[in-house]
Design a protein around this ligand. Structure first.
Ligand SMILES: NC(=O)c1ccc[n+]([C@@H]2O[C@H](COP(=O)([O-])OP(=O)(O)OC[C@H]3O[C@@H](n4cnc5c(N)ncnc54)[C@H](O)[C@@H]3O)[C@@H](O)[C@H]2O)c1
Length: 258
């Protein structure tokens, strides 16, 4: 038996951040279907309860942990609760993010950018800092960072969001190279627009306008389905992904050209 086959018989435990809804919930559901025990981490306790109940009704082995990933103390506690209840994570999906206020980049305040970076970059960084050492100790792990095509191409009037996703892509590359010999692979995915509540921070007409503009740039002319993103994330979390690290996986309906 080789090392890859050996993993199949072992317990799979995943942490998914921002898992109460949208892409995070879809990834949690997909990983649960693959046999993972999944810890859903989210700061929205009510939504999280709903998400956890829905997955449990489908027979999933899941744990909901209310945690704000901008707070290192809360992440430490969430990790301890996850380890105690499910075991040491073998996969971490850094998915939680916010879009931030839309508007001209030249008018944005530094505080607005900090708010976005606190979640999208420093949140993901701190989750990795808490979870990855245990993976390294075990000699195996998978980290998947959910970035965005915006991080490659920029998005007008969403400067902080696009810059934060660019930072997450670079962080993926650095961490992937640092950990390349440890058995822990670190990759990111760059979806184009999905029809989720992330646009809900805007009113309906702004949301419709924004989504129409986003779809104009997608050759396939549709939103990516959350299940499609989940499928890619599940592969990256698995043993089937074995020779990719520090890599950026496109899922943008033909939008991204690199
Ligand atoms: N929807 C899209 O068009 C799209 C496109 C490309 C990439 N993405 C990325 O996919 C990921 C998921 O997006 P989504 O559309 O499902 O978003 P969403 O807004 O539907 O869900 C995000 C979840 O993250 C949680 N969250 C936010 N801040 C948090 C914090 N500080 N601590 C813990 N939880 C927090 C929210 O409570 C929410 O449940 C994000 O990283 C996003 O940038 C989304």
């Amino acid at each position: 038996m080789n090392a890859t086959e050996g993993r199949d018989s072992e317990r799979r435990i995943a942490v998914v951040t921002g898992a109460a809804r949208g892409i995070g919930l879809a990834i949690s559901s997909r990983l649960a279907a693959d046999g993972y025990a999944v810890a859903l981490w989210d700061r929205d306790r009510a939504l999280l309860d709903d998400g956890v109940q829905a997955l449990r009704r489908d027979g999933a082995h899941v744990l909901g942990v209310a945690v704000d990933i901008t707070d290192r103390g809360q992440i430490d506690r969430a990790f301890a609760q996850t380890v105690e209840t499910l075991g040491t994570p073998t996969a971490l999906v850094n998915n939680a993010a916010i879009l931030g206020r839309r508007g001209p980049t030249v008018d944005a305040s530094v505080d607005e950018w900090k708010l976005v970076f606190d979640v999208n970059v420093f949140g993901a960084l701190q989750c990795a800092q808490v979870v990855v050492p245990a993976m390294v100790k075990n000699g195996w792990g998978r980290v998947v960072n959910v970035a965005s095509v915006a991080g490659k191409e920029g998005n007008p009037f969403a400067g902080a969001y696009a810059a934060s996703k660019g930072a997450l892509i670079s962080m993926t590359k650095s961490l992937g190279k640092e950990l390349a010999e440890t058995g822990v692979l670190v990759n990111c995915i760059t979806p184009s627009a999905a029809d989720t509540d992330i646009f809900g921070e805007h009113d309906e007409s702004q949301r419709a306008q924004l989504q129409a503009r986003l779809l104009e740039r997608v050759p396939m002319k549709r939103f990516v389905r959350v299940e499609e993103v989940a499928e890619m994330a599940a592969w990256l979390c698995s043993e089937r992904c074995s020779f990719s690290t520090g890599a950026v996986f496109d899922i943008s309906g033909g939008r991204a050209v690199y």
